[in-house]
Design a protein around this ligand. Structure first.
Ligand SMILES: *Cc1c(COP(=O)(O)O)cnc(C)c1O
Length: 442
């Protein structure tokens, strides 16, 4: 597959944009090769600058649950744009989207819209710190909540550890306020609460981890977090930026029946335009300015175009059968990949939840970031490029979840599995290397 034009564009981009990209994972750092520059998308398909066609499993990293350029979403955005692209003043679409979000998520009584998941997560931890008067936050190894200082931390060593800066520029003093424990390990969280009594403001979790591959919660994990937070006076925050309106109507809290105190949304809620949100109990949200003293603001927050795209997207998702269809599609893909890998003698573990799925080149089970890191990076790299050259666009990192949309048709899935069968056979000749240890770029 030729990518001459993409290569030229990347060389040009690198001169004026760091790494040629506006978000690191797009540079293909962990898989190598030339990232296709994309020019258009329609339904489940995308086309690059060399006019190569791909079946897309990235979906702009999650928002495009209806597929690319959905006619109804485009209509809604065009209509909104025709009346003005931004006011920085209240508009009715914000109420409609807020009402829809509050009706879908049982734990959300009030919601504030912002422009990115990073901003929503940053605002949510300010709120839990302000509301509890405590400073420490607990998150999980391999959990990603955007790039705010407090949340961009790496794990130290030991069971429950103080965070270390995940990037130069994150003050160690701030990183140390973020505790990090293994995902799916309730005992480690209990241990952290006893080591830092009355100091933990909130526990922040991706209820289905989606930034270390796709790792569902083991039974009892989310329940355990709810119990521990209640016992120790901490707030439970579900980061549903990825899982919200993707693993169920209403997100993981509906799927698993757990009520967090606060929820962070993004991606699908903006329907492919920049919108995100945080919301929860009315008494907590009442502490946000202007009702309360905790400050948070945004020039483009609740942007009319983004509200229009989000509203139209959610309305389509509310139609009966949407999540049954999404789940069936991701299960077919996950199970199809597992069968074909097994037939080719390749160790692969797969998972699926609603409209997301993932796979690891590792026999499994994969329940934590430590497990995920045992997967073979070289096999992933070879598989990724074999798929890309066969016209299947997967996330260019072994630690990302794959996404299906309502636009993926049976023929897309069949093409994908046929390409995978050939790619797995190719792998038998690839030489395994030592597992990766570093954190992944995003
Ligand atoms: C994508 C993501 C974020 C960050 O959202 P941005 O809009 O990229 O800032 C936060 N949390 C989770 C779980 C995500 O998947």
């Amino acid at each position: 597959m030729k990518r001459t034009r993409s290569k030229q564009l990347m060389n040009r981009a690198r001169k004026v944009i760091p790494g040629g990209v506006n978000s690191p994972v797009r540079a293909f750092g962990s898989v190598g090769g030339t990232a296709p520059f994309l020019v258009r998308g329609k339904g489940a398909r995308i086309w690059d600058a060399d006019d190569n066609e791909y079946v897309d499993y990235v979906g702009s990293w999650g928002p495009l649950i209806l597929g690319h350029a959905h006619p109804a979403v485009l209509r809604a955005v065009r209509a909104a744009a025709a009346s003005g692209t931004s006011f920085g003043a209240p508009t009715e679409r914000e109420i409609k989207l807020a009402e829809l979000v509050c009706s879908a998520l049982p734990s959300v009584e009030k919601v504030r819209f912002v422009s990115s998941g990073t901003e929503a997560a940053m605002s949510a931890i300010r709120l839990v710190r302000g509301a509890t008067g405590r400073s420490r936050i607990l998150k999980f190894d391999g959990g990603y909540h955007g790039h705010a200082d407090s949340l961009l931390v790496g794990a130290g060593s030991g069971v429950a550890t103080l965070g270390i800066p995940g990037s130069p520029g994150v003050p160690p003093e701030l990183a140390a306020l973020t505790l990090q424990t293994p995902f799916n390990d309730v005992d480690a969280v209990a241990d952290a609460f006893s080591r830092w009594p009355d100091q933990i403001a909130g526990v922040l979790v991706e209820p289905v981890a989606g930034n270390m591959g796709c790792v569902p919660p083991v039974p009892g994990f989310l329940e355990g977090l709810r119990t521990l937070c209640d016992r120790h006076g901490a707030l439970l925050i579900f980061d549903e930026v990825m899982t919200g309106f993707r693993v169920a109507w209403g997100g993981a809290q509906v799927r698993y029946g757990i009520r967090p105190d606060l929820t962070i949304l993004g991606k699908v809620v903006g329907g492919g335009l920049p919108a995100a949100a945080y919301g929860g109990r009315a008494d907590l949200m009442g502490q946000i300015a202007p009702d309360g003293p905790i400050y948070q603001a945004g020039t483009l927050s609740g942007n009319p175009l983004a509200m229009a795209a989000g509203l139209e997207t959610l309305r389509r998702l509310r139609e009966p059968g949407a999540y049954v269809a999404l789940e069936a599609r991701s299960r077919t893909l996950a199970e199809g990949l597992a069968e074909r890998a097994q037939a080719a003698g390749v160790a692969l573990s797969t998972s699926a939840a609603g409209g997301m799925f993932g796979f690891f080149f590792h026999p499994g089970p994969v329940r934590s970031f430590a497990d995920a890191r045992k997967a073979d990076p070289e096999q992933f790299r070879v598989f990724f490029h074999a798929m890309l050259d066969a016209g299947i666009y997967l996330p260019p990192s072994a630690y990302e979840a794959c996404f299906v949309s309502l636009a993926h048709r049976p023929i897309d899935v069949a093409e994908t599995l046929a390409a995978a069968e050939r790619a797995f056979r190719k792998l038998r000749t690839a030489r395994p290397r030592a597992p990766a240890t570093g954190s992944r770029p995003r």
